[in-house]
Design a protein around this ligand. Structure first.
Ligand code: ADP
Length: 484
């Protein structure tokens, strides 16, 4: 049984849990049942400014601590997350809707980000450059960028925070976290674990509340040196514009429109399994999930059969129940978007092979049936916009060069996938795809040890890998003339 002792005190500023100044709070709703879980404080500009002040005051001592000391706190966070996986994953499913097995996977992934950056904290090396001028010593030294703000989405309410906070803390930065209003409880749990693991007062501050007020306080502040954001391309652009006056650094993980290319030499069984896993995980509410499939004309019938046989067995329901594969969509707006993509496609001539309508489940949440469309044309919304739902449009192709062109013909550039058993083709096509991440026979590329991030309008910067910590670092160059 999960209880929230005092979720109204959900703001964590300078090491103290507190409520909003206005006393305002907002409900947290279970998207599967529409039951109210609890309420959390709704902060505005003033609380955001206090959080910035607190993070600024904490920066000098946190950044001077040895990397080894910071690393120990991150190791402890990793351990605590794993010890509490049952509680954390249950809360995650209750506020977000995804099946419990997926929520457990997400908590483990969050824990692994802390483990990876506990290790990387100790490897933030500088350089000594041989000088062309006698008597000079040229040093290059990485330094933490300062106070950073993390703005996170609801689709991965734990791991998106971990990907940002673990490298920021490892490098010596202090943090203001603004989680999505739909999923504040996972953020509250994670921040209390960080405090328990030994993060000093003021180093991590949490403000749940009004996106516009908190966002503008963060953007306008001269003390906040970087905003790291995961969410829509639209809001990413707003943050970039709003940060121009203070010339902040931005790290942006934005929308995607991932293509899956299934060649005639692919292992079709594997391609079908992975396509479904990519599309229907988190009910399609994932920025790297397949948004369109291109299958070679010669294997389309077998591939479609495999997909259809598997889609029929997907079970929708409350993610806390055993055997559920598909949870609800996060809200009514999401359901309307999926439905509008389906209606637009039908009106322009698409054929619905599976699904095509909201799903009647004995719950009040917004469920949508897993949907497969053929006879899809490029002018359909589903081929242009990110759907963020369980809708899979399928087109066929014959020529490799043509499918590469179609895959690249988008403003997005986050992830793309291809299925082939031919090594030369795998290499050639993955090099030709204009994406930050390419999965070859693999739709689960996101791991802590590798750099995740998009190009074009899918974002700027990397999360994960050795590169991920460099987002949070300034490179200082020290040139010294010495007496020899
Ligand atoms: P989604 O549409 O998936 O909710 P958003 O990009 O709107 O994605 O939201 C992602 C995160 O950005 C959330 O924490 C949200 O509250 C926050 N957000 C939304 N609009 C703004 C804004 N104008 N300024 C700052 N943060 C924002």
């Amino acid at each position: 049984m999960i209880t929230w002792d005092n979720s109204l005190n959900s703001l964590f500023i300078n090491g103290k849990w507190q409520g909003s100044i206005s006393g305002r709070s907002e409900s947290v709703i279970n998207p599967a049942t529409h039951e109210k879980l609890t309420e959390v404080a709704w902060a505005g500009r003033t609380e955001a400014e206090s959080a910035i002040q607190s993070a600024s005051s904490a920066f000098p001592s946190w950044s001077k601590m040895t990397a080894r000391e910071r690393s120990k706190i991150l190791y402890r966070t990793h351990e605590l997350l794993l010890e509490r996986v049952d509680r954390l994953s249950t809360i995650l499913t209750m506020e977000q809707g995804k099946p419990l097995a997926e929520a457990r996977g997400e908590i483990r992934s969050a824990a692994n980000f802390f483990l990876w950056y506990a290790e990387e904290a100790n490897r933030l090396y500088g350089e000594w450059i041989p000088s062309s001028i006698p008597g000079k010593r040229l040093l290059v030294k990485p330094e933490p960028i300062g106070v950073i703000a993390a703005i996170t989405p609801w689709n991965f309410p734990s791991s998106m925070i971990a990907r940002k906070l673990a490298p920021a803390l490892a490098s010596g930065c202090t943090v203001i976290l603004k989680p999505a209003p739909e999923t504040p409880l996972s953020a509250i749990e994670l921040v209390s674990i960080l405090a328990e693991a030994g993060v000093p007062d003021g180093v991590v501050n949490l403000v749940t509340g009004d996106a516009l007020e908190i966002g503008s306080a963060l953007m306008e502040s001269r003390d906040v040196r970087l905003i790291t954001f995961t969410g829509s391309t639209e809001v990413g652009k707003l943050l970039m514009k709003g940060s121009a006056d203070t010339l902040k650094k931005l790290s942006l993980e934005l929308g995607g429109h991932a293509p899956i290319l299934v060649f005639e030499d692919a292992n079709l069984e594997r391609a079908a399994n992975q396509t479904l896993a990519s599309k229907f995980r988190n009910s399609g509410q994932t920025c790297i999930c397949a948004n369109r499939v291109y299958v070679h004309e010669n294997v389309k019938e077998r591939f479609i059969d495999l997909l259809q046989n598997k889609i029929r067995h997907l079970k929708a329901g409350n993610g806390l129940e055993k055997g559920v594969d598909l949870g609800p969509l996060i809200n009514r707006q999401s359901l309307d978007k999926v439905q509008s993509h389906v209606e637009d496609a039908i009106q322009k001539g698409a054929n619905v092979l599976n699904g095509g309508a909201p799903l009647q489940v004995d719950l009040s949440g917004h469920f949508y049936s897993p949907t497969l469309l053929t006879k899809v044309t490029n002018d359909m919304k589903v081929m242009q916009e990110e759907t963020f739902g369980p809708l899979l449009p399928l087109q066929t192709f014959i020529e490799e060069s043509d499918v590469i062109h179609r895959a690249n013909n988008t403003d997005y550039g986050l992830a793309a996938y291809l299925f082939t058993e031919n090594l030369s083709r795998a290499t050639r096509v993955s090099e030709a795809l204009e994406y930050g991440i390419v999965g070859v026979n693999d739709v689960f590329p996101a791991v802590p040890e590798a750099p995740f991030g998009g190009i074009k309008q899918s974002g700027i910067g990397k999360e994960g890998g050795a590169q991920g910590i460099h987002e949070y670092v300034n490179i200082k160059y020290i040139s010294t003339i010495i007496d020899e």
